[in-house]
Design a protein around this ligand. Structure first.
Ligand code: RB5
Length: 149
């Protein structure tokens, strides 16, 4: 599995921890930065990861900023992206099972290291259920097609 990571300064430390955690489990990581705690603008990194997922260069993406919110707004502007901003394990699981999320956004200042890694483990380890949920995901795509050509 190939996963893209991206963060801003607020998410740098958690991004580095996630990178080590999932690399150790055999996941291939593409790290789009940022690479230091110097202040940067999160939309640049959110867009890079979302584009990599949208183009099929990676299967999934994980974005980390202070709250996860700004990153999720950016990612959800990119075609084909369903980005879930999550701060609990149940929502992480459901975002895959029912909503087929292909990008996860985390707030490093919200979840911290332990919960952040648990959310990532749960999210990467859960697959879309399909069935009746496929129709609903298709309806989300129909909205996207209507407003973003
Ligand atoms: C940066 O201070 C902060 O605004 C950013 O990390 C993020 O929380 C935005 O949504």
């Amino acid at each position: 599995m190939k996963v893209a990571l991206g963060c801003d300064h607020g998410g740098f430390e958690l991004k580095e921890a996630i990178k080590k955690y999932i690399s150790d489990k055999g996941v291939e990581v593409v790290d789009f930065g940022t690479y230091t705690t110097d202040s940067v603008d999160y939309p640049e990194y959110g867009m890079k990861v979302a584009e990599a997922v949208s183009k099929g260069e990676v299967e999934q993406g994980i974005l980390i900023c202070g709250t996860g919110l700004g990153m999720s707004y950016v990612a959800n502007k990119v075609k084909g992206i369903r980005c879930a901003c999550v701060s609990d394990v149940f929502s992480a699981e459901m975002s895959k099972l029912h909503n087929d999320a292909n990008v996860l956004a985390l707030g490093a200042r919200v979840v911290g290291l332990g919960l952040g890694l648990k959310i990532v483990e749960t999210w990467l380890g859960t697959e879309f259920e399909g069935g009746r949920h496929q129709r609903r995901v298709d309806l989300i795509t129909a909205v996207e097609d209507k407003y973003f050509k």
